[in-house]
Structure formats: structure tokens, C-alpha cells
Design a protein around this ligand. Structure first.
Ligand code: ADP
Length: 268
């Protein structure tokens, strides 16, 4: 059976995503070739938006799971629940995607418990199977199933690395913050703000990103710039918007916040 792509989906059905390279083509090829995909990049740079855009373009359901340190394999595969005195099996999001076809996106996969990688492995090689020990089933993934995982190489500690044996099962793409022109367009499209103010926010982020690694754990993300533009569009004054959307989310340290204010004042 061949996979049919929706050639031109209605524009309003597809979440806006501004491509900055050949990532859309790569994703479509990975989907058609039934290969799993790993997206690497800092938080707030567009990975999740990219996946929802691609799922809509391909016309397949998307099951997104934000991984955290309590997330177990059973949260993904499913579990028996007691309903009205009876025990019934409830599929988890991964199982649902495998049964019905669709993209399963595991955001920040390194956060999840170790047993999660055990269920992912047989889905990421050419068997493409999901064994469900508890129901005794072995599900064969249909052509329309795709596994996508993301992680942020920036804030990995040594205990939370993706093991080479796991990462080598995926195609991988690196995401960074969009180039200044693209980021300006993204902020304008997302919020309706004018080009001048969008470009100012991008320059501010550029200055702050130069500081990152030295004083800050994380740089100002595209997401924060979108938040800032949203406040400005709602009539909040510039200094308050920048404080609430950029300075305060990035640091609690008074000296670092003063440094950020300076880096921003240079641009204004
Ligand atoms: P991540 O998953 O990398 O943490 P998101 O995909 O949630 O980040 O992106 C955060 C926000 O940034 C999005 O909601 C969107 O407003 C904006 N954004 C970032 N990059 C893009 C892009 N290339 N096209 C459209 N929107 C983008």
C-alpha cells in the first residue's frame, strides 16, 4: 500500500510554519520511507509547530506527548482500567497511533523513564512492531505511522543523554532559532505586529543570544518574542512587555536581569 499525501491542503487547516531550509521535504521523505525522526534544538524554536504543520499537511492524526521524569512505558502503550466493575484495556497515545496510523510525537523524550526506550526500539527498526506484553498483542505499524521525538541538547545533564544505541535508530535534524528575516516574519504572522517592532524584538533576541552560555542557561526563544509581541499588540507598554515576556522568564538573578536590561537598552 502506498501512502497518499494531501497535495494542497486548505491553508486554514494547516498550522502556520515558516520553513528555513529543506526540513519539510526531509520530513515528507522520512514519512514516506517509514523512518523515525529525531528533532534536536533549543526550547521554543519551532519544533512542535513544525510537527503539527507536517501532520496537517500529510493529513494524518498527531498524538503529542510531553515527556517528564515520571512518564513510563505504560503511559505510552496503555493500561487496564476498572470500569463499572470490569477490567478494560485502554490504549495509550503510542498504541493508538500504531493501531490507526498517524504521527506520535514525544517531546523531550530524554526526560522519560528508561523503560520508554525499550518500547520504542522495535518500532524504530524495519520490524516496526509494538509488542504489548499485557494484552499479548504484537501490533504491526501501518505505513501511515511515524515516530518523531525531540530533545534539547542544551540542557542535558550527563545522566539524561539519549543513548547512542537509541539515537542511531533515528534520522536526525537540528533546529536553531530562525534567521533574523524569518524570525521577523514569524512574529508578524503570529501576532499581527508591524515589521519595525518585530525586527526590534529580533535584534533584542540576537543580543541576548550572544550572552547565552555565559550568564544564561537558555537564550530568548522565538516563543518569548511572540509572547512579547502579543503583549505589545494588546497595548502593554514596551518596558513592561519586555520585562514580562523576556527578562523575567529568563532569569531570577538580579545582576543577570540588569545585564539583560542593558543588552535591550542598546537596541532601543
Ligand atoms: P519547541 O517545540 O521547539 O519548544 P514551538 O514549536 O512550541 O517550540 O515554538 C514556539 C512558538 O514559536 C510557536 O508557537 C510559534 O509561535 C513560534 N515559531 C517558532 N518557529 C516558528 C516557525 N518556523 N514558523 C512558525 N512559528 C514559529
Amino acid at each position: 500500500m502506498s501512502v497518499v499525501f494531501k497535495e494542497k491542503p486548505a491553508a486554514d487547516d494547516v498550522p502556520f510554519y515558516h520553513a528555513t531550509g529543506n526540513e519539510e521535504r526531509l520530513f515528507e521523505t522520512a514519512f514516506a520511507q517509514r523512518l523515525p525522526l529525531l528533532l534536536k534544538g533549543p526550547t521554543g524554536c519551532g519544533k512542535t509547530r513544525f510537527v503539527s504543520h507536517m501532520a496537517a499537511r500529510l493529513g494524518v492524526p498527531l498524538y503529542t506527548v510531553s515527556c517528564h521524569d515520571d512518564l513510563t512505558a505504560a503511559d505510552l502503550t496503555g493500561r487496564f482500567l476498572i470500569k463499572g466493575g470490569e477490567t478494560v484495556w485502554a490504549d495509550g497515545p503510542l498504541t493508538r497511533a500504531v493501531r490507526t496510523g498517524g504521527i506520535c510525537y514525544l517531546d523531550e523524550v530524554v526526560e522519560a523513564r528508561k523503560d520508554v526506550t525499550v518500547v520504542l526500539h522495535p518500532l524504530t527498526d524495519d520490524r516496526r512492531i509494538l509488542p504489548l506484553d499485557r494484552t499479548g498483542e504484537v501490533l504491526q505499524a501501518p505505513p501511515g505511522f511515524m515516530l518523531v521525538v525531540s530533545y534539547n541538547p542544551g540542557y542535558q545533564n550527563l545522566l539524561k543523554q539519549l543513548k547512542p544505541s537509541t539515537r542511531q535508530r533515528f534520522l536526525a535534524m537540528e533546529f536553531g532559532f530562525p534567521d533574523p528575516e524569518s524570525e521577523t516574519v514569524v512574529i508578524m504572522r503570529e501576532t499581527g505586529i508591524d515589521r519595525d517592532r518585530a525586527a526590534t524584538l529580533v535584534r533584542i533576541a540576537g543580543n541576548i543570544r550572544k550572552l547565552s552560555g555565559i550568564d544564561l542557561e537558555e537564550a530568548a526563544s522565538t516563543r518569548l518574542l511572540v509572547y512579547c509581541a502579543t503583549l505589545l499588540m494588546a497595548g502593554v507598554d514596551f518596558d513592561s512587555a519586555v520585562a514580562a515576556a523576556i527578562i523575567e522568564p529568563l532569569s531570577d538573578d538580579a545582576d543577570i536581569k540588569a545585564g539583560l536590561r542593558e543588552a535591550i537598552a542598546i537596541i532601543r
